[in-house]
Write a protein that binds this ligand. Structure first.
Ligand code: S6P
Ligand code: ZN
Length: 189
Protein backbone atom coordinates (compact mmCIF):
# COMPACT_ATOMS: atom_id res chain seq x y z
CA UNK A 1 0.00 0.00 0.00
CA UNK A 2 2.94 2.39 0.53
CA UNK A 3 5.01 3.53 -2.40
CA UNK A 4 8.76 3.25 -1.98
CA UNK A 5 10.58 6.55 -1.29
CA UNK A 6 13.03 7.38 -4.07
CA UNK A 7 15.97 9.62 -4.85
CA UNK A 8 17.17 10.87 -8.22
CA UNK A 9 20.43 12.31 -9.52
CA UNK A 10 20.26 15.76 -11.07
CA UNK A 11 23.36 16.94 -12.91
CA UNK A 12 23.27 20.64 -12.02
CA UNK A 13 25.59 21.55 -14.91
CA UNK A 14 23.56 19.92 -17.70
CA UNK A 15 20.10 19.83 -16.10
CA UNK A 16 19.72 16.12 -16.86
CA UNK A 17 17.89 13.91 -14.33
CA UNK A 18 19.02 10.29 -14.42
CA UNK A 19 16.33 7.67 -15.10
CA UNK A 20 13.78 10.24 -16.19
CA UNK A 21 11.66 10.56 -19.31
CA UNK A 22 13.20 12.86 -21.96
CA UNK A 23 11.13 15.04 -24.25
CA UNK A 24 12.56 17.20 -27.04
CA UNK A 25 10.86 20.19 -28.64
CA UNK A 26 12.30 21.45 -31.91
CA UNK A 27 11.36 24.71 -33.57
CA UNK A 28 9.23 22.77 -36.11
CA UNK A 29 7.07 21.58 -33.18
CA UNK A 30 6.17 25.22 -32.47
CA UNK A 31 4.37 26.33 -35.64
CA UNK A 32 2.24 29.40 -34.98
CA UNK A 33 3.86 30.20 -31.64
CA UNK A 34 6.20 33.02 -32.70
CA UNK A 35 5.04 36.40 -33.99
CA UNK A 36 7.49 36.54 -36.93
CA UNK A 37 6.30 33.59 -39.03
CA UNK A 38 8.77 34.28 -41.86
CA UNK A 39 11.72 34.14 -39.44
CA UNK A 40 10.27 30.94 -37.92
CA UNK A 41 10.03 29.26 -41.35
CA UNK A 42 13.52 30.32 -42.38
CA UNK A 43 15.10 28.97 -39.19
CA UNK A 44 13.13 25.70 -39.38
CA UNK A 45 14.35 25.17 -42.95
CA UNK A 46 17.93 26.15 -42.11
CA UNK A 47 18.63 24.18 -38.92
CA UNK A 48 15.38 23.41 -37.07
CA UNK A 49 17.13 23.83 -33.69
CA UNK A 50 16.11 22.12 -30.46
CA UNK A 51 14.33 24.85 -28.48
CA UNK A 52 14.03 22.89 -25.24
CA UNK A 53 14.38 19.51 -23.58
CA UNK A 54 12.43 18.25 -20.58
CA UNK A 55 13.56 15.50 -18.15
CA UNK A 56 10.48 14.40 -16.20
CA UNK A 57 9.81 12.02 -13.33
CA UNK A 58 6.06 11.48 -13.34
CA UNK A 59 3.73 9.37 -11.19
CA UNK A 60 0.32 8.00 -12.02
CA UNK A 61 -2.26 10.77 -12.24
CA UNK A 62 -3.50 10.73 -8.66
CA UNK A 63 -4.57 13.50 -6.31
CA UNK A 64 -1.95 14.23 -3.64
CA UNK A 65 1.06 12.87 -5.53
CA UNK A 66 3.82 14.99 -7.12
CA UNK A 67 5.72 15.11 -10.40
CA UNK A 68 8.89 17.02 -11.13
CA UNK A 69 10.91 17.90 -14.21
CA UNK A 70 13.88 19.93 -15.32
CA UNK A 71 13.75 21.98 -18.50
CA UNK A 72 16.78 23.01 -20.53
CA UNK A 73 15.67 25.98 -22.61
CA UNK A 74 18.29 26.84 -25.23
CA UNK A 75 19.32 30.40 -26.12
CA UNK A 76 18.06 31.76 -29.42
CA UNK A 77 15.58 34.03 -31.10
CA UNK A 78 12.94 33.92 -33.82
CA UNK A 79 13.13 37.40 -35.28
CA UNK A 80 13.35 39.59 -32.18
CA UNK A 81 11.53 37.11 -29.95
CA UNK A 82 13.52 35.02 -27.48
CA UNK A 83 13.09 31.22 -27.44
CA UNK A 84 10.37 30.08 -25.02
CA UNK A 85 8.47 26.98 -23.93
CA UNK A 86 5.00 26.39 -25.43
CA UNK A 87 3.29 27.36 -22.19
CA UNK A 88 0.13 25.88 -20.76
CA UNK A 89 -2.71 26.00 -18.29
CA UNK A 90 -3.05 22.86 -16.21
CA UNK A 91 -5.80 20.49 -17.39
CA UNK A 92 -7.04 20.71 -13.82
CA UNK A 93 -6.71 24.52 -13.85
CA UNK A 94 -6.70 24.94 -10.06
CA UNK A 95 -3.42 23.03 -9.68
CA UNK A 96 -0.45 25.18 -8.60
CA UNK A 97 3.26 24.66 -9.32
CA UNK A 98 6.71 25.67 -8.04
CA UNK A 99 9.71 26.54 -10.22
CA UNK A 100 13.35 26.75 -9.08
CA UNK A 101 15.84 28.39 -11.44
CA UNK A 102 19.19 26.56 -11.54
CA UNK A 103 21.32 28.01 -14.33
CA UNK A 104 21.30 30.74 -16.95
CA UNK A 105 18.98 33.72 -17.25
CA UNK A 106 15.39 34.10 -18.23
CA UNK A 107 11.95 34.65 -16.86
CA UNK A 108 8.38 33.51 -16.70
CA UNK A 109 5.27 34.88 -18.36
CA UNK A 110 2.11 34.09 -16.40
CA UNK A 111 -1.42 34.78 -17.53
CA UNK A 112 -4.97 34.45 -16.21
CA UNK A 113 -7.75 33.03 -18.38
CA UNK A 114 -8.84 36.65 -18.97
CA UNK A 115 -5.43 37.51 -20.43
CA UNK A 116 -3.92 39.48 -17.57
CA UNK A 117 -0.18 38.87 -17.76
CA UNK A 118 2.84 39.06 -15.44
CA UNK A 119 6.57 38.84 -16.15
CA UNK A 120 8.93 37.53 -13.46
CA UNK A 121 12.70 37.55 -14.19
CA UNK A 122 14.57 34.40 -13.16
CA UNK A 123 18.21 33.77 -12.27
CA UNK A 124 19.82 30.89 -10.38
CA UNK A 125 18.13 30.76 -6.97
CA UNK A 126 14.84 32.35 -8.03
CA UNK A 127 11.85 30.36 -6.79
CA UNK A 128 8.48 31.07 -8.40
CA UNK A 129 5.11 30.16 -6.97
CA UNK A 130 2.68 29.63 -9.85
CA UNK A 131 -0.77 29.99 -8.29
CA UNK A 132 -3.82 27.99 -9.39
CA UNK A 133 -5.39 29.12 -12.72
CA UNK A 134 -2.33 30.93 -14.14
CA UNK A 135 -0.91 29.75 -17.47
CA UNK A 136 2.90 29.78 -17.49
CA UNK A 137 5.66 29.99 -20.10
CA UNK A 138 9.41 30.36 -19.55
CA UNK A 139 11.67 32.48 -21.76
CA UNK A 140 15.47 32.32 -22.18
CA UNK A 141 16.73 35.92 -22.31
CA UNK A 142 20.41 34.95 -21.98
CA UNK A 143 23.19 33.52 -24.11
CA UNK A 144 23.54 30.15 -22.41
CA UNK A 145 21.04 27.37 -21.69
CA UNK A 146 18.44 28.38 -19.10
CA UNK A 147 17.82 25.47 -16.71
CA UNK A 148 15.09 25.15 -14.07
CA UNK A 149 13.24 22.56 -12.00
CA UNK A 150 9.43 22.44 -11.82
CA UNK A 151 7.39 20.57 -9.19
CA UNK A 152 3.71 20.05 -9.89
CA UNK A 153 0.76 17.91 -8.76
CA UNK A 154 0.63 14.49 -10.42
CA UNK A 155 -2.96 15.13 -11.53
CA UNK A 156 -2.34 18.67 -12.88
CA UNK A 157 -2.07 17.62 -16.54
CA UNK A 158 -1.44 20.06 -19.40
CA UNK A 159 -3.84 22.15 -21.43
CA UNK A 160 -1.84 23.49 -24.39
CA UNK A 161 -4.80 24.32 -26.65
CA UNK A 162 -5.69 27.80 -25.42
CA UNK A 163 -2.13 29.13 -25.51
CA UNK A 164 -1.37 27.42 -28.85
CA UNK A 165 -4.32 29.28 -30.34
CA UNK A 166 -4.13 32.67 -28.60
CA UNK A 167 -0.60 32.93 -27.23
CA UNK A 168 0.21 35.25 -24.32
CA UNK A 169 -0.85 38.89 -24.25
CA UNK A 170 2.83 39.86 -23.79
CA UNK A 171 5.91 38.82 -25.74
CA UNK A 172 9.59 39.09 -24.77
CA UNK A 173 11.97 40.54 -27.33
CA UNK A 174 15.45 41.92 -27.74
CA UNK A 175 15.59 45.47 -29.06
CA UNK A 176 18.60 47.81 -29.06
CA UNK A 177 20.45 45.13 -27.05
CA UNK A 178 17.82 45.22 -24.30
CA UNK A 179 15.28 42.71 -23.03
CA UNK A 180 11.79 44.17 -23.47
CA UNK A 181 8.40 42.81 -22.45
CA UNK A 182 5.85 44.31 -24.84
CA UNK A 183 2.23 43.81 -25.83
CA UNK A 184 1.71 40.94 -28.27
CA UNK A 185 0.68 42.59 -31.56
CA UNK A 186 -1.36 39.48 -32.44
CA UNK A 187 -3.22 39.29 -29.11
CA UNK A 188 -7.01 39.36 -29.26
CA UNK A 189 -8.86 39.55 -25.94
C1 S6P B 1 4.95 21.17 -16.09
C2 S6P B 1 5.96 22.28 -16.00
C3 S6P B 1 7.23 22.17 -16.87
C4 S6P B 1 6.93 22.32 -18.40
C5 S6P B 1 8.21 22.44 -19.23
C6 S6P B 1 7.94 22.57 -20.74
O1 S6P B 1 3.73 21.48 -15.45
O2 S6P B 1 5.32 23.52 -16.14
O3 S6P B 1 7.90 20.99 -16.62
O4 S6P B 1 6.15 21.25 -18.85
O5 S6P B 1 8.94 23.56 -18.81
O6 S6P B 1 7.01 23.58 -21.02
P1 S6P B 1 5.66 23.23 -21.79
O7 S6P B 1 4.83 24.47 -21.71
O8 S6P B 1 6.02 22.81 -23.17
O9 S6P B 1 5.02 22.07 -21.04
ZN1 ZN C 1 2.79 23.57 -15.47
Amino acid sequence: MYKEPASFKLDIESGVIEDSKRLVRRLSDMKGYFVDEEAWKELVEKENPVVYEVYAVEQEEREGDLNFATTILYPGKVGKEFFFTKGHFHAKPDRAEVYVALKGRGGMLLQTPEGEARWIPMEPGTIIYVPPYWAHRTVNTGREPFIFLAIYPADAGHDYGTIAKKGFSKIVIEEDGEVKVINNPRWKA
